[in-house]
Every structure is written in C-alpha cells, then in structure tokens.
Design a protein around this ligand. Sequence first.
Ligand code: SF4
Ligand code: SF4
Length: 263
Amino acid sequence: MKDRSVTEKSGRSRRLTADSFKFDCHSGVACFTRCCKDADMYLYPYDVIRMKHRLGMSSDKFLERHTFQAIRDNPYFPNLMLKMSDDDERSCPFLSTKGCAIYEDRPFSCRAYPMERAVARTDDENGRKILYFVAEDSYCLGHKESHEWTVEAWIEDQQIELFNDMNDLWVDIDSLFRRNPWGPQGLDSPALKMAFMACFNGDEFKKFIFETTFLSRFDIPRETADRLRESDVELMKFGFDWVKFFLTNTGPLRVIRAKNNPL
Ligand code: SF4
Ligand code: SF4
C-alpha cells in the first residue's frame, strides 16, 4: 500500500519488520513538520470520509478543493492525491504553526508512517498474509529517537486498525481496476468515472442512489437504504459492492427482475 513521500530524492530505504522498531515523532525533533511539505501523498476512500467530516464539507467540495488525480502505480485507474498549497514550501494545507490541524482525522499515510503494510493473498485458510515494513527517509530524524515500538503497539497508538480494515476493502476493489476492466475506452470510460464516484465521492454517490431510478432497479432492503442515508462508511462499502457488481457481476447486490428494468 502506497503512503507518502517528500518529492525530493530523500534516500528512502524500506525493511521488513517482524518485531520492533525505534521511532518517535514530536514537536521537539529538528525535522518537525518536514514531512508535511512538498509531499506526494496518496488518499484512500476512508481518508476522504474522515477529512471531509473534519472540515465540514461535502466529498465533492473536498475533492475539488484538496485533491487531484494522477496515474501512478496503476495504469488503469487514477490515484487520489492530496493537493499541496502553492506557497514556496508546498506545505500541506492542514499544516498549522502547532503541527497538523486535523490530527485526529489525518489520513492513513500520515498516521501510519513509518510503518507500511502489505497484504499478500495466500491459499491457506486465512487467505492472506500481512507483512509490515518500516520506511526510513534520510530527512526524518524520528528514526534516531530511542522509543521502541512493536507493530501492535504502533497500530494501537496511532489508531490505525480501523483504517487497515477500511483499506483492506479498498484493496479488493483496487485489484479489479488493475485488470483494465474498461475496455477500449480505457481511462475515458464513463464506467471508470462512475466507479471513481462510488469509491471516493460518497455524497454524489448518495444522490445517485436516492435521486435516480437506482432503488427501483436494485433490490435494496429498507434497513439498508436507511443505513446508507445515515452512514458514510456504509455508503462507501455499498459503493464497493456496486463496483464489484457492475464490473464482475458478483457480490451481494441483486437486481429487481421486472420487464421494464434494463439490467
Ligand atoms: S494531514 Fe497533517 S500530518 Fe498529514 S501532511 Fe498534512 S499537516 Fe502533515
Ligand atoms: S520525525 Fe519524521 S515523521 Fe516526524 S516530523 Fe520529522 S520527518 Fe516527519
């Protein structure tokens, strides 16, 4: 899973960690907030939910004001990136004189650093193996601090577990996009734009569900519809199911069998 890195060549190394690592980040380190400037930062669907709530704006407005799309590691689907300010240092727009102004809702990349997590699919009963890495950037002096963390303690301290759960759901959808499901239209495919909306733009997706013929075409129980009205996380999960349905015809969504339903 991608995280963030500063744009300049920073001398990054990455090592597998089975047990513990030394690290600490606090206002006393000489590099404090260095990583919040000129950063190349990926955002995930759950990040958008947390940040737009924190900022009190719609997902549409958040995407327009604070993000851009770029083709990076997947040639068939754009990554969502955080837009830096256009000051000389290209600072993160959420950087204040005291540090991160949205700290409790900072995105996954910021909270997980320096830990990186990779999920490998396996054939055993768990179906997956999780590997943890520690990234070391030469500008980051946190690695010289003496505080020792186990992987578990870091996950707990940074409240990463919920983000991991949400990002695991996203990885399943992202892997569908990596198989180029768009046909000859490629990146210009209207289906790609719909998929992007369902994954990242929950407020627009909600309008699509409740302000079009959607509910007359899909068999959605009333309790599910109520949950989608109330919870952005449920909406995101439903968006993933919908993408799975229209790209692979699998998953829990069911169409209503009626003569006038085109599906
Ligand atoms: S969101 Fe917060 S922690 Fe992340 S780069 Fe911006 S200011 Fe720094
Ligand atoms: S210690 Fe590392 S993570 Fe913390 S502010 Fe410095 S560069 Fe950023």
